[in-house]
Design a protein around this ligand. Sequence first.
Ligand SMILES: [Zn+2]
Length: 501
Amino acid sequence: MMDYYSGSPSRHSNRRSSIRKSNYSFRRRRRQHNRIPILLLILLLVAVVGCGIFICIRQFQKMKPEKTPGNQSSVTVSGSVNGSSGSPTDPSASDPLDPGQETSSNSAVSSTSLLEQANFIAAGYDYDKAIELLKGASDYDQHPEYLEAVTSYEQAKETLVPYDLNKVTHIFFHTLIMDEDKAFDGDSDERGYNQVMTTADEFLKILQSMYDKGFVLVRLHDIAYETTDETGQTIMKKGEILLPEGKQAFVMSQDDVCYYEYMDGDGFASRIVIGADGKPTCEMKLDDGTISTGSYDLVPLLEDFIQEHPDFSYRGARAVIAFTGYQGILGYRTAASYSDSPTYEEDRQTASAVAQCLRDNGWELASHSWGHRDLGNIEYAHFKTDCDKWENEVESLIGPTDIILFPFGADVGDWHPYSSDNDRFNYLHNLGFRYFCNVDSTQYWVQFGKDYLRQGRRNLDGYRMWKDIEAGDDTSKRKLDDLFKAEDVFSSKRPTPVQWN
Ligand SMILES: [Zn+2]
């Protein structure tokens, strides 16, 4: 569209200068005949008429851009429609190269798109935002379908009920296995992958099963949020999650999103990048050495799923993405130990931009400690050093975060509420952490502290799925049936049995 705008005025000025040129040659011919008075008078008359016509043409020429219905006027109109919809990349923008477009058809296309946008937001249970979007349209009154949609959103909103916050389950994954033949190839890393990782195919089957059962992804910040009470004290307050009756809220997280060196060549993505559409996506090295960009891990795969099933995400919620620091984050070698690399500064800048892109698209970022340490049991001095290193090397790149997902699920306290003399909790709290997640295979474990939220997480990996399969009909030992049936998901390419050690 920019090309058209810049090209358009020069085309008009060319036309004007050719008219001026023809008028100049006409005046030159007139001077050659001025020795004959009668002819002169006639010619003067012609010249006056000619000048009049010339001025008229010039005037017409000046007016033409504003008066031609197809070109700039339609662009101006559609531009203002897009402006009011707040969507600069709106695909409904009129095609300026099509002079036959009329204002009414342009706005019809835009209104469909605005309605689609509102429907997508409403599908994610944010009816107020959807209503606000439609009511904010300058031509709201001219679209009966807007009013119809607003009425249906208001009715749907009435049916929402507060979800029991003690029943928010939390599932987590590691980097997804994209190429099972490479991950389960019998080398020394195979055992670990088989235990703690999930394949992309299994992940998609889990999403589908959970979607069919009515699960809806929420944020940790939807469960509780920090605010100030009447006395001015900073507290964590219970949130409110409003869902249709029968839906079940859950949180998702992914640990170790670092694409560690040992995983190279084992069938995983190599890093997260910003895609052409401005959304986070992945790069993966193919067998022929080329690098392919696409949905090669949880972030883009979940995004794709939500685009197709917008009612799977509560008000734009995405998963929590957690990083260690010792080999850098997101597939970029940003740790201080890589500072000799010629691309070190560039990698740090790119990692920082990708982290911001994740935040902009609804993902929450978290600490997983710097050195993947057992924060509950290492010496206190080492605990502090590790926390400080994470602040210096990772938080400096991704910005402040208030979530920590404990490596090995090893918490800094037992199941009782954190006490005020718990030094490790106090240290983490002073660093800004408010959400503390361990690993707990029970269905729900949510603890509301006065200044923190604590939650247990469930590992949906090869080991956990195999335990369910081993349990067979013994439902007391099966832990995943509320989410999916392990037998329907577990990959046939996994070596079995999956043992812990
Ligand atoms: Zn981990």
